[in-house]
Design a protein around this ligand. Sequence first.
Ligand SMILES: [Mn+2]
Length: 471
Amino acid sequence: MELLNLRKAVKTLRKNKNSNILIYTHIDTDGINSRVILEELFNRLNINGEFRFLKQLTVNSIEDIPFKDYELIIFADLGSGQINLLKEKMKEYNILNSKNHNVIILDHHIPSKEKVPENIINVNPWNNNIDGGKEICGAGVSYLFARMCNPRNIDLAKYAILGAVGDIQNLEGSLEGINKMILKDAKDAGDILAFPDLQFYGKHTKPLFASIKYFTDVRTDLMNNDSRIINFINNINKKYDLEIVPKECLHELSFNEKRILGSEFLSKCNRYVPINWTKFLPKVIFGESYEFKGEGIKTPFRNLEEFSTCINACSRYEDYETPLNILRGNRDKYYDRMMSRLRAHKRNISKALQYIRDNVEIVQRDRFQYFEMDNKIINGGILGIVAGMCYSIEEVDWKKPIFAITENDSGYKVSARCPKLLSFAEDINLADAISYASSKVGGSGGGHKFACGAFIPDKKGFIDYIGNRLK
Ligand SMILES: [Mn+2]
């Protein structure tokens, strides 16, 4: 299997190795890892490139892209959905179909249905009918690009795996499709461990009872109840003659202990979900863990989900420099900076959650719920994270998706989330609903079926459009 246009993209890079090259990458975990891969590739090929981050490619932000000054512009983890915009701009500059101006897109978002000119090379799994939401991320496409330049670049595969985990492509428990091939490269390179595990968060940094507490895909009597969780573990110890310590981290448990804990947790969950949902339960409890072999155990960098949280703790507040340096291996001062940002991030989240508990009304509609929150209380960058964690609040209905709305400079920001189990069992497509409703009110939005966002100039009517679409 080879991604369409990949070979052409590599040829175009080689042809332009002495040209002016500008590289834009997205600003999330996937985008930052795409950048690390491409930077390293350029170093190894002895090619000079100018790297920049780009939050979004829009009618406004495209104005700042200096198309005429560069022979080659590369977009990674963004661009495919805005080929129409790129075409318009390049036409305006008279460089559409020009041999001296090329664009390479290394992306996995759904491409806009456009006829693509010769000098825009769109490398995207959807062109091969491969699901770019699940099977490969932006860093994955960037990695395949690097590997085609030189097969010895498999030591860059680990960044592609971190990007995939950052984009939650392992939603169903493990990485699939092309991601699995890339994972094999990362294992062959000796960089990543993959093994069967339970799907609780915080395997290296949280005590087991806290990890169980954070599990919100099924609401049981364990939620927000430390003493019940500790009882639950102690009863398992008695029943199976084990010695699981609730204060230990999940990674310290043996495979057998995890297996038993998981199956006991599964039978508990069984009693709390509608009968037709039970068949999806194993997928939210059992899965695969990914760890960086080179990172210490019990550090927040060992497990890839926890590493991704550290990156978010910076990038969601527009600090891209810190994660970039951490990934490049510059640890000393950046490690301290990242840890202090991580602490602040956690404080912000728990402050926002407490505020919602005490002051915010969760409005219930038939098929969803929503709430509005003052932007002085919450930073827009973590609105989605907080919306997802709202499922630990009693008043939030865990069997319905949730929409969070906050004001920003140009209108409103909306984030939507849906617990994994619900998204499997009911096949809810939030991305479709949010992109429909936001376009109806003059905004734009999109993302994944289970997690997405939008910017809207006016919220009037927005909620009703969501309601109509989710019926
Ligand atoms: Mn991505």
